[in-house]
Write a protein that binds this ligand. Structure first.
Ligand code: ADP
Ligand code: MG
Length: 439
């Protein structure tokens, strides 16, 4: 199966070939023909499976085929939960549209709106945006949704987690009822299904068939380390292993800052990326990390979600996430597109319960080791994620620090509890635990 076989035009095929893609990924193979037919899609696929090209290519083709010779109204809108993801999706849209006469743009909060307004005025066919800034721009009449033909929700589950439901509904209320809707989500909670049933029209469910061979390329490793020794241990791992690129997850923004400082003190170039950092600092940190001018990027879950960091060899969970799905997202940063990767977790006595929950989700025991000189002595009892209020979507507020900014994940109920075993279906959506395997 080739991109041409999927029905994509020579201009688009040429662009993906230049990106080095030799054949479509499974999710692309499944989704592209339906999207070209104009169907609504509800797609579930783990991170790193090539979803961006999966929706961008057919949408570009549609836009190119139905382009007005004179006018350039906004006809396609991609909504993403975070600024970084918006920037990244936009980069892809630009690359894929290199040989078609389609204009794209990106808008998100935390930066000056004036240039964004000017770009929108000049005419844009496809816009990538975060919900908050887009609403602001709409209320300033800098953008119109009257001619929206295709709406794409990327990382829809994370958008709900971040409390964007109300913004989404508001944005949608300004759009024509007759339009194509494409929704992507790694997990299918009750809230996501509710959102999907409100937005999608008779959708086709698509799921990437994971391939076993690549999944096995990610090794999971647990080191039992006392809480107070984790920093020292992390420094040792990086130095002993002579690692040049490592992504480290912490649970809190404060924890990310503290660890970053200590790494720098130990002579390891590092930067933190989280919701309290300015947009400039976040963009710079990510760029430096991608270009490998810094070795370590220390991130909170929200900040790292959906980011495409190619061929990342090492991921460290400085703390285990208290929502098991987040573990799957985190390790999605390693072993991407078939490359080998290592997912390391530092687990202290308080986190053993989180570990069992992750193992339950993965249906796999994680290999635990103790390293000489770091034998655990902590005796603190396991913590369990407090059962949090049952906010249904629509009730949650997005972070109040303005625009489409992102803070740490708002408290959410651990939605894994309601997950049915993988393979169970109900209604129009497919339910089940997220898949840890990718193409
Ligand atoms: P997702 O949104 O599913 O997490 P992305 O769209 O960010 O995944 O793609 C992940 C990586 O895979 C990117 O580096 C992208 O360039 C690459 N990629 C996408 N499609 C293909 C393909 N058909 N062949 C090879 N690489 C691909
Ligand atoms: Mg994506």
């Amino acid at each position: 199966m080739t991109f041409k076989d999927l029905g994509l035009s020579p201009a688009l095929v040429k662009a993906v070939e230049e990106k080095g893609y030799t054949k479509p990924s499974p999710i692309q193979e499944k989704a592209i023909p339906h999207i070209l037919e104009g169907k609504d899609i509800l797609a579930s696929a783990q991170t790193g499976t090539g979803k961006t090209a999966g929706f961008t290519l057919p949408v570009l083709q549609h836009l190119a085929e139905t382009k007005h010779p004179k006018y350039r109204p906004l006809r396609a809108l991609v909504l993403t939960p975070t600024r970084e993801l918006a920037a990244q999706v936009y980069d892809n849209v630009r690359e894929y549209s290199k040989y078609v006469n389609i204009k794209s743009a990106v808008v998100f909060g935390g930066v000056n709106a004036k240039p964004q307004i000017a770009t929108l005025r000049s005419g844009v066919d496809i816009l990538v945006a975060t919900p908050g800034r887009l609403l602001d721009l709409h209320s300033q009449k800098a953008v119109s949704f009257n001619r929206i033909d295709v709406l794409i929700l990327d990382e829809a589950d994370r958008m709900l987690d971040m409390g964007f439901a109300r913004d989404l509904n508001k944005l949608i209320s300004f759009m024509p009822a007759k339009r194509q809707n494409l929704m992507f989500s790694a997990t299918f909670s009750a809230d996501i299904k509710k959102l999907a049933s409100g937005i999608l029209n008779n959708p086709v469910s698509v799921e990437a068939e994971p391939q076993n061979s690549t999944a096995k390329k990610v090794t999971h490793k647990v080191y039992q380390v006392d809480k107070g020794k984790k920093t020292e241990f992390t420094i040792k791992l990086i130095k002993d292993g002579n690692w040049s690129q490592v992504l480290i997850f912490t649970r809190t923004k404060h924890g990310a800052n503290k660890l970053t400082e200590k790494l720098i003190k130990a002579g390891i170039s590092a930067a933190a990326i989280h919701g309290n950092k300015s947009q400039g600092a976040r963009t710079k940190a990510l760029r430096n990390f991608k270009e490998n001018t810094i070795k370590a990027l220390v991130a909170t879950d929200i900040a790292a979600r959906g980011l495409d960091i190619p061929l990342l060899p090492h991921v460290i969970n400085f703390e285990l996430p208290n929502v098991p799905e987040d573990y799957v997202h985190r390790i999605g940063r390693t072993g991407r597109a078939g490359a080998a990767g290592e997912a390391i977790s530092l687990v202290c006595s308080e986190e053993t319960e989180y570990q069992s929950e992750i193992e339950k989700l993965l249906k796999e025991k994680l290999n635990s080791t103790v390293v000489e000189g770091f034998e655990p002595t902590d005796t603190a009892a396991p913590k369990r994620a407090a059962t949090q209020s049952k906010g249904s979507f629509g009730k949650k507020k997005r972070p109040t620090n303005g625009g489409a900014s992102q803070g740490d994940r708002p408290k959410k109920k651990p939605h894994f509890k309601g997950n049915k075993p993988a393979g169970a279906t109900s209604g129009r959506g497919r339910t089940g635990a997220p898949k840890k395997k990718r193409f």
